[in-house]
Design a protein around this ligand. Structure first.
Ligand code: CS2
Length: 494
């Protein structure tokens, strides 16, 4: 197939089966500045904006990306080499469609152009600053939710607030420039997969400015909107095979395409201080309270990912769909979701049985090649948010929770093994891996040392004898009989 390097002038040369921006990209306004342009953002918010720009009679909102970390130079270069266009491929079990997204029209790498980034944020045209900076970007304590004001990066920004290196410092300084220039503030919209993400970013910004600039703190507290939102689209990291797929199947030479699933959801609280795009026209759900949607998603989708992650990795699976093709695992994931369901909120316009069926289909999608290492990574941040709250509430309700306790056991067991059941090395990615590995080695027969980690398990769960016993039993079962026999055992008894 003829190959075309992606660019504005090359759009007309692409195969007609590829949807391209049909709107004029030269007269857009960068009303949105997005911090942390990764695969997820490019498969989610930027796509909604591209959909909206394709409709008649829309305001001309576009976005400018900002890279906060030096490593974002790769993204800056990839996008700059192709006029900030990129290919999005949506793959289901039997179809693959490609489209070129045009809603991002610029990119600034803050570590190399700090003033330019700050002035972009402070510009009168900027109305929303959105973020996907991952959990680590918020500087909050996993267990208590407190702002980590003593973190060295935060300390650095507090000492030198006019040349910040963190997203928090950048936003604070830009808001201060607006305040001093009598410009209205922008809305700060976190799109990270954190519960109450708007509250989290608000708390951190208020915590930071309380120390750096109390007048600014007051101004932010009174004038800045921080909508909470629930975001959902399974987007694995782009691989060299994805780049080859895009060139072989669509004839596009793209330095950094994104491959994702067809499913897409965004539920947002409608509190914006300086206007917003008419996203409701392209499927975004606006609601006064996003919490029930977040809880449903985190407990069922992200919880199930955890349920398959460590057991799947221990058994030797490297891709999520391989796990779902294993009938024992497929039954386990269904049973896991059923066990979680009593602590999933009722949402008037959502059918939980349908939601669960869709999840099974999404997990089984064989074409997006979701990596098991991805869903295993940073368990120390995910387990306390996506699994333990369900266990606590099930225990309170006197409901069964043995399948969830098995997932906790699988996570501990994972840190005691260096290889999977096929003898391949386990690739553990977790900021707290050394500490967790040390504690797990003391917990082979009795998980108490591991469960005593208060920053992960809190105080109440490790003091609950039923919980500790259930995890102990699961750990024993796993170490004596292996993954599949353990799953079969739990499926028979539960
Ligand atoms: C995953 C999520 O990181 C994980 O472990 O569960 O990234 C998941 O794919 C997204 O939340 C889907 O919206």
């Amino acid at each position: 197939m003829l190959m075309t390097k992606l660019s504005t002038v090359a759009l007309s040369k692409l195969s007609p089966k590829i949807r391209i921006p049909q709107y004029d990209r030269t007269n857009l306004r960068q009303h949105i500045v997005h911090l942390g342009v990764g695969g997820f953002h490019r498969a989610h918010q930027a796509v909604y904006l591209d959909d909206l720009l394709a409709l008649p009679d829309t305001e001309r909102w576009a976005e400018c990306g900002v890279g906060v970390l030096p490593a974002d130079a790769r993204m800056r270069d990839a996008l700059a080499s192709q006029d900030h266009l990129y290919t999005l491929v949506e793959r289901s079990a039997d179809t693959a469609t490609a489209r070129v997204i045009g809603s991002m029209t610029g990119f600034i790498l803050a570590p190399e152009a700090r003033e330019a980034a700050l002035e972009k944020l402070a510009a009168a045209d900027t109305r929303i600053v959105s973020l996907t900076i991952t959990e680590g970007g918020y500087f909050i304590d996993e267990a208590t939710g407190a702002f980590l004001e003593n973190h060295p990066d935060i300390q650095r920004d507090l000492l030198n607030p006019i040349a910040p290196i963190t997203s928090i410092g950048l936003i604070a300084e830009a808001l201060d420039r607006r305040r001093l220039r009598n410009l209205p503030p922008f809305t700060v919209m976190s799109c990270d997969n954190l519960q109450h993400n708007g509250h989290v970013i608000r708390k951190v910004l208020l915590g930071f400015t309380a120390l750096s600039n109390p007048t600014l703190r007051q101004w932010i507290a009174h004038h800045v909107a921080f909508p909470n939102c629930m975001v959902d689209r399974i987007t694995p990291a782009t691989t060299p095979a994805d780049i080859a797929f895009v060139s072989e199947n669509f004839g596009i030479d793209d330095a950094w395409p994104v491959v994702t699933e067809p499913f897409l959801q965004w539920v947002v609280e409608d509190t914006f201080s300086a206007g917003r795009p008419a996203w409701e026209r392209v499927g975004v759900q606006f609601t006064p309270d996003v919490a029930p949607y977040e809880i449903m998603k985190m407990r069922l989708l992200n919880g199930s990912h955890l349920a398959m992650a460590y057991l799947g990795a221990l058994h030797g699976y490297t891709r999520v769909h391989e796990i779902m093709q294993d009938p024992v695992f497929a039954r386990f994931i269904t049973a896991f979701m059923d066990q979680v369901t009593p602590v999933v909120p009722v949402i008037p316009d959502t059918s939980i049985p349908n939601y669960k069926r869709t999840l099974i289909e999404r997990f089984a999608n064989p074409t997006i090649n979701d990596q098991v290492t991805r869903i295993c990574s940073e368990g120390s941040a995910k387990i306390p948010k996506w699994l333990l709250p369900s266990i606590t509430e099930l225990l309170d309700a006197g409901a069964p929770m043995d399948l969830l306790a098995l997932v906790v056991a699988s996570w501990i067991f994972y840190f005691t093994r260096f290889t999977d059941e096929r003898g391949q090395p386990l690739d553990i990615i977790d900021a707290r891996a050394p500490e967790l590995t040390r504690l797990a080695s003391q917990s082979v027969t009795d998980p108490s040392p591991f469960l005593a980690l208060e920053s992960i398990f809190g105080a109440a769960l490790p003091a609950n004898l039923h919980f500790v016993q259930t995890v102990t039993d699961a750990l024993d079962q796993l170490s004596t009989t292996g993954v599949i026999a353990t799953l079969q055992h739990y499926l028979t008894i539960s």
